[in-house]
Write a protein that binds this ligand. Structure first.
Ligand code: GAL
Length: 637
């Protein structure tokens, strides 16, 4: 596979006279791809039915003539003002029932059909116009579904569509009442039309109701995206992608991804560290100019799975951003490191956001590869370096990691519905496992729960996988790998009910979770060896062997054959030890890396990344601050 670079460009932001020079400068910088169009609706259709395509035609031609390839974005994330005037009910409502109005972006409700029809119309026109244009070599649908908390809408349109979705899922109302346990608190419904959205209730709504609404909201994103994909495919053979975001889990990306050719995501390591990694202040301070050493990698691995092997970084942070609580500049070298780390995880392309910093509007404080005056910014220097290094690097072979970590969006919906303790999240639990594996020097594949590839792995982890059907349990039990479950794996049936026999009810593993507790942050449960369970712990018993105990002597980890169950949320120390032991059982070699040093293998290379702001040494590996080392394994052999 060949690896390429690109950028995100907004020709509509700049005078036409600049486009040709911009295109030439992009080529000179070693870029291949330019994404355009995704926020351009008001300049394509300034008034309903009054179209100006000439500027976009000319932008595509200018870029194509320079030798660049275009990713064409559909403009549906930014409906123009006239659209909202025409359809005042198209905007989403927040959980309090207030409209999320015009004046920024993503101001639409996925369930509002007249807006979906407008999207069909504009996407059809774009696809007809550019579908056969050889410069348009890829497509992007919309922009960052779910960003700015926009998956869920509490609108009338959502409520009406939800009732239809429920009728389809449950068939008759008695089945729904039974499945949700509506005998409780006299919540029985007589007809589907009686069911409101689960907001504005006096106290907590039924978790089965909430979970159903989350699943419905996810399906609405899938449906909205699929309409665009179908239209584009009718006119174009070019691959279709969508740009996902970091730590957005409120729609099922595997379901959206099933309709697409390429998964892409938008990687803002410093913005993420400040506003969504959830690390301690000391960690944030230490990595403030480098980003979390595992957060990007986690998403690279997740989106490789979502894209079934094909994935890009569509937006790479090139310098300070504008949207986090604090927005420092990256340590020199980090833009290069982030780019190479994406390639180490199998990215086909890395595109920098954005070409030139805009001097106006919301993102005027957001760096580009160029400053607002067109001079090179620091990001450009590093992008050029990566481009030069890529020409010298041979094509790469994808590899299979020894460890698979299951990520299930439906489990995230269930945890969000019923976290059971403040601050407990499925994403957090899975990410802690990922961090521990990386700290042990391992490459990891993230896999969907319905994967058919379990047999490729020596170790499979399924922490927090709330709902496991019999097929999945049997697949895991028979995968021939060491399998580590828990905490909370198999804790609920598909309708959010506690299953009987009690969880995890895993064939071949005689373990029963007899009760569960969430813990205050200041009351961890110490383990007999070092480390502790924090936030969440379970009491387990059964005939399986106890291989770890709490300091009080209760079972903490039990194992039978190739299956183990961990009865709590391990802290860093506990997780590293428990997972190192599981690796040992699986015949996988581990090595504890120094903080901030990370390693990743492709099929033909080994990469080392130093996320520290100081040099690091580990055996033969010597790296400066922000250093990258690429070892060609084929040469070594
Ligand atoms: C992304 C978005 C871009 C831009 C960028 C700024 O979330 O897709 O349009 O806003 O953030 O960092």
């Amino acid at each position: 596979m060949k690896r390429t670079l690109g950028t995100c460009y907004y020709p509509e932001h700049w005078p036409r006279e600049m486009w040709e020079a911009d295109a030439k400068a992009m080529v000179d910088a070693g870029l291949t791809w330019v994404r355009i169009g995704e926020f351009s609706w008001s300049r394509i259709e300034a008034q309903p039915g009054k179209f100006s395509w000439d500027w976009l035609d000319s932008a595509v031609k200018t870029l194509g003539d320079a030798g660049l390839k275009v990713v064409m974005g559909t403009p549906t994330a930014t409906p123009p003002r006239w659209m909202v005037d025409r359809y005042p009910d198209m905007v989403a409502l927040d959980v309090e029932g207030r409209p999320r109005g015009f004046g920024s972006r993503r101001h639409y409700c996925f369930s509002y059909e007249p807006y979906a029809l407008e999207c069909d119309r504009i996407v059809t026109m774009m696809a007809e116009r550019y579908g056969a244009n050889p410069t348009v070599a890829a497509w992007q649908t919309d922009n960052e579904y779910g960003c700015h908390d926009t998956t869920i809408s509490w609108s009338r349109a959502a409520r009406d569509a939800f009732c239809l979705w429920l009728a389809e899922r449950y068939g008759d109302i008695d089945t729904l009442n039974q499945a949700w346990g509506n005998v409780f608190w006299s919540m029985d419904y007589a007809r589907f039309d009686d069911i409101e959205l689960p907001n504005l209730t006096v106290t907590e709504p039924n978790p089965a109701h909430v979970l159903a609404f989350r699943r419905f909201s996810s399906d609405q994103v899938v449906r909205f995206n699929r309409r665009q994909v179908d239209i584009i495919r009718a006119h174009s053979a070019a691959p279709v992608s969508h740009n996902y975001m970091g730590r957005i889990t409120d729609f099922d990306h595997f379901d959206v991804g099933a309709d697409l050719d390429i998964a892409t995501w938008d990687s803002y390591p410093l913005g993420f560290l400040e506003d969504r990694v959830g690390a301690s202040p000391a960690h944030q301070k230490r990595f403030s100019r480098q980003g979390d050493p595992d957060f990007q990698a986690f998403h690279h691995d997740l989106y490789r799975a979502v894209g079934r092997g094909r994935w890009w970084v569509m937006e790479q942070q090139p310098g300070p951003v504008n949207w986090a609580p604090y927005n420092p500049a990256p340590l020199p070298g980090m833009v290069r490191l982030w780019s190479w780390e994406a390639f180490a995880h199998g990215a086909e392309a890395v595109c920098y956001f954005r070409w030139r910093q805009a001097p106006f509007a919301q993102e005027q404080m957001h760096a580009g590869l160029q400053r607002p005056d067109g001079a090179d910014a620091q990001g450009m220097v590093e992008a050029r370096q990566v481009a030069a290094e890529l020409t010298a690097a041979p094509e790469v072979t994808p590899g299979v990691a020894p460890v698979a970590l299951i990520f299930d969006y439906d489990a995230d919906f269930a945890w969000t519905t019923q976290p059971h303790g403040a601050g407990l999240s499925y994403f957090g639990l899975v990410f802690d496992h990922y961090r521990a594996l990386r700290a042990l020097g391992l490459s990891v594949d993230i896999v969907a729960p319905d994967s058919d590839d379990f047999a490729n792995y020596r170790l499979i982890l399924a922490p927090g996988l709330m709902h496991m059907d019999e097929t999945l349990k049997n697949k895991l039990a028979n995968a021939g790998a060491q399998v580590v479950l828990g905490p909370r794996s198999g804790a609920r049936n598909a309708e959010m009910e506690i299953p009987r026999p009690l969880p995890p009810a895993m064939p071949g593993l005689d373990v029963t979770v007899s009760y569960v507790e969430s813990l205050r942050p200041d009351t961890p449960v110490p383990l007999a060896l070092v480390g502790a369970f924090q936030g969440y712990t379970e009491t387990i018993d059964g005939g399986a062997e106890v291989i770890e105990r709490t300091a009080q002597g209760a079972a903490a980890v039990m194992r039978q054959g190739n299956l183990s169950y961990v009865a709590g949320w391990g802290d860093d120390t506990a997780l590293k030890r428990i997972l190192a032991r599981a690796c040992d059982d699986a015949g996988i070699q581990t090595r504890v890396l120094p903080d901030g040093l990370r390693c990743r293998d492709t099929g033909s290379e080994q990469f080392w990344f130093n996320y520290n702001d100081a040099p690091v040494q580990f055996g033969d590996i010597n790296l400066p601050a922000a250093g990258v080392l690429r070892l060609d394994l084929t040469e070594a052999n």
